[in-house]
Design a protein around this ligand. Sequence first.
Ligand code: GGG
Length: 331
Amino acid sequence: MSSPQTFKIASIPGDGIGTEITEAAIQVLDKLASVDGSFGLEYTHFDWSSKAYLERGWYMPPDGMEQLQKHDAIYFGAVGWPDVPDHISLWSLILPIRKTMNQYVNVRPTRILPGTQSPLSSCQSNPGTLDWIIIRENSEGEYAGQGGTTHENSPHTIATELAIFSRVGIERIMRFAFETARSRERKKLTMVTKSNAQRHGMVLWDKIFYEVAAEYPDVEWDKMLVDAMTVRMVNNPASMDTIVATNLHADILSDLAAALSGSIGIAPSSNLDPTRKHPSMFEPIHGSAPDIAGKGVANPVGAFWSAAEMIRWLGEGRLNAGTFRFKSSSV
Ligand code: GGG
């Protein structure tokens, strides 16, 4: 047996229930490591939060990214607090980390876990067959950070939010999605856009999708507009398996998916750098939930599932560094 490897984890609990669920997940991870015996975990805890920002004026120090780069993975709780505008907190932590660490894939699996009550159970469709992996493009679109505001504080204020789509960015997410679909039993991919109304970036998505699809003749695929997709997710959940969509569309669809599976509290996500040159980041998809923070009632399952995905990613890297693999979810 190979000697145990210790992985360095950067833990960023963040705000609200982020601190509670991270603490619970680290207890589970430590127990797992001690029972398993084939790996160890060593944490650095970073107090990069809205509370700290309000006290000292910054979330992350100037060398924050270099500090993160010294780790094998980043384990994130949640960000956002009522006293700080949401766009400040989001753009101070998660979004710059995703960008700097080349985490261009966000994997969001959804299943109805045993013991959870799905709102779909009252629908005609069989809820037991809801088993999706949403592949969210994680670096472009409306989250690219391009745009601006002019004529501020006047009735003529104009704000633009540019959606950026590049051939490189689209091609790599399509390949990842097709590889994921191919690794799953059903070998089925649904691609989501809004290319009837958004006639530049989304049409480029369509075009590159067809090109990449030709390389995967064993994967069955179909294509949806995002509005129709929300209806299909509710009415015919069993008809889909792997789903690929833009940063914004997949952010929204994955919240819907989580709600359909029973609760947003159980949904995990993996922000991956498939080249493995930078640490990937694992976080539940939910936010900091200030309304229930500190009450001890937060659901830690999304954090546990994200931790499981982190261990799997690190384990796959140890076995096969640099390869392009993402199998169906381990939980
Ligand atoms: N646990 C992650 C978290 O705090 N999410 C808040 C959020 O709004 N995230 C937006 C995003 O994932 O792009």
